[in-house]
Design a protein around this ligand. Structure first.
Ligand code: PGA
Length: 250
């Protein structure tokens, strides 16, 4: 595993965006796995900057997002479809047809989950999967206790996650309690994974994920078994790591 510890969120964003840009430049039809939440926003801003200032070309890029809330239509401003459009896709030259987010309003959710998983396999899998991490160690909406081999499916959100995300639903008066999420097994199929974290409130989750045992109670810990996992985290998020050599490893 590679652990890059940065002095600021800006540096985290530049480091992560640089790695994503390298994949885009290296492959003819790059397939990116994307994430939502507050942490990826500065990374998307950095990629938008690379597009505008340096011509980073997204025209052949294919994307798959990790997850979507059940019950929210794509044009609902609380949905992850909307989040991706607003924060990233509308600012770059990506072909909308190449962007994929699970459909949380599908009449047959189980069929939607298989369709989504198959679509990823059909394009040859994800070249690089961007991930945030929850305070509870979740990746995507794979909450503690998720099967480490799980594929795309519907999950109940944990109380922790509802607590962390309810701020985004204040005006709506309700919040979905289920989501479609790529599974841990789906994430592990990606050729490379890139996990980003910032802030001291992520320090416990980062320490358990990187240095604790591999446990379904800490879903991110399974990345210890990934062949190409990179963690780009701020010094605050790294606060509880015990090993001290990370700074020098690349
Ligand atoms: P955050 O969410 O980036 O908003 O902290 C991360 C996550 O829950 O995966």
């Amino acid at each position: 595993m590679k652990v890059i510890i940065t002095d600021s969120v800006d540096e985290m964003a530049r480091e992560a965006a640089g790695r994503i840009a390298a994949v885009i430049k290296e492959k003819p039809n790059p397939v990116l796995g994307l994430a939502t939440g507050s942490t990826p926003i500065p990374v998307y801003n950095e990629l938008i900057k690379l597009h505008k200032d340096e011509g980073l070309d997204f025209s052949t890029v294919i994307t798959f997002n990790l997850d979507e809330y059940v019950g929210l239509a794509p044009d609902d401003k609380h949905s992850y479809h909307y989040f991706m459009k607003e924060n990233f896709f509308r600012h770059i030259n990506i072909n909308e047809k190449n962007t994929h987010v699970p459909d949380g309003t599908a009449s047959d959710l189980e069929a939607e989950c298989s369709r989504y998983e198959n679509m990823i396999d059909d394009v040859g899998g994800i070249d690089m999967q961007l991930l945030g991490i929850g305070h509870n160690g979740h990746i995507g909406f794979n909450e503690p206790g998720s099967s480490l081999a799980s594929l795309t499916r519907v999950k109940n959100l944990s109380e922790d996650t509802i607590e962390a995300n309810k701020q985004y639903f204040k005006d709506l008066g309700w919040m979905p309690n289920k989501a479609i999420t790529m599974g841990i097994g789906s994430i592990m199929k990606a050729e490379k994974v890139l996990l980003i974290a910032q802030g001291k409130n992520k320090a416990d989750a980062i320490a358990s994920a990187l240095e604790g045992p591999v446990l379904s109670m800490v879903p991110a810990s399974v990345l210890q078994q990934h062949r190409f996992a990179t963690y780009v985290i701020t010094r605050e998020a790294a606060l509880k790591l015990k090993l001290s050599y990370y700074d020098d490893t690349e």
